[in-house]
Ligand binder design. Structure first.
Ligand code: KDG
Ligand code: MG
Length: 402
C-alpha cells in the first residue's frame, strides 16, 4: 500500500479544528487531528509546507519509521507545533492500518484491557451552589467522575467558569481576552467548594479539580494539604511543570494525587516526574504528544512507575483525538481516566463518530480504525476564524499564567 495524497481540512464548527486526511492507492484513507488551540495555522503551515510532501509514496503501515523520519529528520525535535504535526500523521496512519486490517484500532494496541473507559466531565458554576447543581446534573447523567470549578469571590472571570449561560469554552474568537487572578482569594476559597460538594454529594463520586498552572510549589502544597479531607481523584497542574523539581516540594507536603502534562509534548518532558514518583497521572495527550506511537511508549514508561494515564480531552481536541484516546485507553494496562468535555452538536455533526457513553464509561466502538468520519461539505460551511485562549493578570496588573 502507498500514500498517494495528503491534505488538510481547516474548519470552525463552533471552534477551530485542523484535520489531516491521508489517502492511499487502495482507496483507504485515514484521519488525524492537528489542532493546536490558538496557534492552529502554524501547524497547518508546518504540515503543508514541510511534512505532507515527504509522505507521498510511503507505505502507511510503517508508522514507526515515518515517526522517526519526521522527528529525527526535522533535526529540531519536540515542541508543540512539531509534535502536533507528527501526531496528525501518525494517527491518520494508524486509522489506515485499522481499516486495512478491518479491525478497531484498540486491537492493534494490545486489545481490550477493560470493558469501558472511565471518563470525567466538566462541572462549573459562577458560585458554589451553581457548581453543586452542575456536578449533580452530570451525576444524574451517569458520570462517576466530575471535575469541579467555581468562580472565586472577588475575582472576575475565574478559570473554567462559563460566561453568560454559554457552555464553557476556553478559546474565544477575536484577539485574546484578559481575565483576573488572585492566588490569595483562590486558596482561601477552594477548600470550601470541595467541603460543600462532599457534604452534599457523599464520598463515592470522584471529584477532580484543575489549578491550571497558577500556583507556586509551596502554594500548591498548601492547596493539596487543605483538600486532603475531601479526597480528590486529582489536583491538576498545580504549578507550571517546566521546572520538574517543583513537584518534589509539593509531594513533601501532601497526599492529594497530582495530574500534569496537558502542555507536554514528549516523554522527555515527563520522565523525571515519573522516575521520582512526583506525579500520579500523565495528561500529555495524543494530539500534542506525537500521536499514538509516542503516547503508547509514554504510557508503557509510566507503567513502570505506577503512573496512570489521564489524557487531556477538552473541546479543542477534536473527536478524532477523543476516539484515539478511547482506543488507547481501552488497551493500555495503566489507564487511569479520560477527560470528556462535550463537543457542541455542530462539531459532532461535522465529525461523526462511533464512540458512545454509558453509565460513566465510554467505548470507542468496533468500527475498523478510529471510527470517525468528517463531513467535508458541512465543514466547508464553517471556515477558520481567528481565536485565542485568554491571558490572565494579577489584581495589580502583572501578567500571570492563565
Ligand atoms: O487549550 C487549552 C484548554 O484545553 C485547557 O485550558 C483545558 O485545562 C484544560 C483542561 O484540563 O481541560
Ligand atoms: Mg487542564
Amino acid at each position: 500500500m502507498k500514500i498517494t495524497a495528503a491534505r488538510l481540512i481547516v474548519c470552525s464548527p463552533d471552534r477551530n479544528f485542523v484535520t489531516l486526511r491521508i489517502d492511499t492507492d487502495e482507496g483507504i484513507y485515514g484521519l488525524g487531528d492537528a489542532t493546536l488551540n490558538g496557534r492552529e495555522l502554524a501547524v497547518a503551515a508546518y504540515l503543508e509546507e514541510h511534512v505532507l510532501p515527504c509522505l507521498i509514496g510511503r507505505d502507511p503501515f510503517q508508522t514507526e519509521d515515518i515517526w522517526q523520519y519526521l522527528y529525527r529528520g526535522a533535526y529540531w525535535r519536540r515542541g508543540p507545533v512539531t509534535m502536533t504535526s507528527i501526531a496528525a500523521v501518525d494517527v491518520a496512519l494508524w486509522d489506515i492500518k485499522g481499516k486495512a486490517l478491518n479491525t478497531p484500532l484498540y486491537n492493534l494496541l494490545g486489545g481490550r484491557s477493560r470493558e469501558g473507559v472511565l471518563v470525567y466531565t466538566h462541572a462549573n458554576g459562577r458560585d458554589i451552589p451553581e457548581a453543586l447543581d452542575s456536578v449533580r446534573k452530570y451525576m444524574d447523567e451517569g458520570y462517576l467522575a466530575v471535575r469541579a470549578q467555581a468562580g472565586v469571590p472577588g475575582v472576575a472571570s475565574s478559570y473554567g467558569v462559563p460566561k453568560a449561560g454559554k457552555p464553557y469554552e476556553p478559546a474565544e474568537r477575536g484577539l485574546p481576552s484578559e481575565s483576573l487572578w488572585s492566588t490569595e482569594k483562590y486558596l482561601n476559597f477552594a477548600p470550601s467548594l470541595f467541603e460543600k460538594l462532599r457534604v452534599e454529594l457523599g464520598s463515592d463520586v470522584h471529584l477532580l479539580h484543575d489549578v491550571h498552572h497558577r500556583l507556586t510549589p509551596i502554594e500548591a502544597a498548601r492547596l493539596g494539604k487543605s483538600l486532603e479531607p475531601f479526597h480528590l481523584f486529582w489536583m491538576e497542574d498545580p504549578c507550571p511543570a517546566e521546572l520538574q523539581e517543583s513537584f518534589e516540594l509539593i509531594r513533601r507536603h501532601t497526599t492529594t494525587p497530582i495530574a500534569t502534562g496537558e502542555v507536554f509534548n514528549s516523554l522527555w518532558d515527563a520522565h523525571d516526574l515519573m522516575r521520582h514518583h512526583l506525579i500520579d497521572y500523565i495528561r500529555m495527550t495524543i494530539v500534542h504528544g506525537g500521536g499514538i506511537t509516542h503516547a503508547k511508549k509514554t504510557a508503557d514508561f509510566a507503567a513502570l512507575y505506577q503512573v496512570r494515564t489521564g489524557y487531556h480531552g477538552a473541546t479543542d481536541l477534536s473527536p478524532i483525538t477523543m476516539a484515539a484516546a478511547l482506543h488507547l485507553g481501552l488497551a493500555v494496562h495503566n489507564f487511569g481516566i479520560q477527560e470528556h468535555m462535550h463537543h457542541s452538536p455542530l462539531t459532532d455533526g461535522v465529525f461523526t463518530h462511533q464512540y458512545t457513553f454509558d453509565a460513566g464509561y465510554m467505548h470507542p466502538g468496533n468500527a475498523p480504525g478510529l471510527g470517525v468520519e468528517i463531513d467535508e461539505a458541512l465543514a466547508a460551511k464553517y471556515p477558520y476564524q481567528r481565536a485565542y485562549l485568554p491571558v490572565a493578570r494579577k489584581l495589580d496588573g502583572t501578567l500571570t499564567d492563565w
